[in-house]
Design a protein around this ligand. Structure first.
Ligand code: PMP
Length: 287
């Protein structure tokens, strides 16, 4: 089945899916995005993703590119046209196309929108979760408004590339006080010695992950306590478990941080239980 993308009102072959050179997303990273998981033919947590999109757009004063209900139809149509049962759907909205100038273009310039979808093999994701992933730490180097989901991801790409070059799969941004912010594309968690789930508050300084929110719901169902507070790299290394969350990796156990094992160096039972229960608890919208 050929891949199809949605670009500004048209469904086009992926190979010919182009945006203009003066798209403000391309020129200034003046754009926001969302990634939703597609699992077993359902879009996962669509309401929460579109609520966060609404917030990101609002913070940057970019208008919705279309009505929210129409946007859900486009997302599902891209999934359908690509025959995706398990994978992800990506949505990006930029401030639009205008002659290059830092200040906002006139209100007559309409936001631009692209949507793509990709298949992900659930078996390979499951085997990755069974073995766990390795993390490196890097100093926080991003701007203050990482709570807005913009496409300005250069520090994140550099951190993740560094992780890859060191044989790891994710990098955690760490503040000067030693506390963990989040990963390049994931939120960070530990299971403390007394069995509590610990993750940094999402008021500022990190992205309020949708998977993070749903994992809190899952934790509640499993009778686990969640404590929203910063934790240090040192504490994570000594924790019972560590894991990361995102729409594409769900709950992914962390087995090593900067070359040192977390607990016994194997994925733990709490992360496995959260991962297992995730689909049932999450909101599911038929694609
Ligand atoms: N933090 C960052 C920096 C991210 O890019 C992502 C993934 N978009 C996340 C956290 C996880 O968010 P979500 O659970 O909504 O995918």
């Amino acid at each position: 089945m050929p891949r199809i993308a949605y670009v500004n009102g048209r469904y086009v072959p992926h190979a010919h899916a182009m945006v203009h050179v003066e798209d403000r997303g391309y020129q200034f990273a003046d754009a926001v995005y969302e990634v939703c998981e597609v699992a077993r033919g359902y879009v996962i947590d669509m309401t929460r993703h579109l609520d966060r999109l609404d917030r990101s757009l609002g913070e940057l004063r970019i208008a919705w590119p279309m009505q929210r209900s129409a946007l859900t139809i486009v997302l599902r149509e891209v999934i359908r046209r690509n025959g995706i049962v398990n994978g992800m759907v990506y949505l990006q909205v930029s401030r639009g196309v205008a002659p290059r100038d830092h200040v906002f273009p006139p209100a007559t310039v309409k936001p631009a929108m692209v949507v793509t979808a990709k298949r992900i093999d659930p078996a390979s994701a499951a085997s990755r979760a069974a073995s766990g992933v390795k993390i490196i730490t890097v100093p926080e180097s991003r701007w203050e408004r990482v709570d807005i989901k913009t496409v300005g991801l250069l520090p994140n790409t550099l951190a993740k590339q560094k992780a890859k070059e060191k044989g790891a799969q994710e990098a955690w941004f760490v503040d000067p006080d030693g506390t963990v912010k989040e990963g390049g594309s994931t939120n960070a968690w530990i299971v403390s010695r007394d069995g509590r789930l610990v993750t940094r508050p999402a008021d500022f300084g990190i992205l309020r992950g949708i998977t993070r929110a749903t994992v809190m719901d899952v934790a509640g169902k499993l009778g686990l306590t969640v404590e929203e507070r910063p934790f240090t790299v040192e504490e994570a290394m000594k924790a019972r478990e560590a894991f990361i969350t995102s729409a594409t990796s769900l709950v992914m156990p962390v087995i090593e941080i900067d070359g040192a094992p977390v607990a016994n160096g194997h994925p733990g039972t709490v992360s496995a239980a959260l991962r297992e229960a995730f689909f049932d608890v999450a909101e599911k919208t038929l694609a």
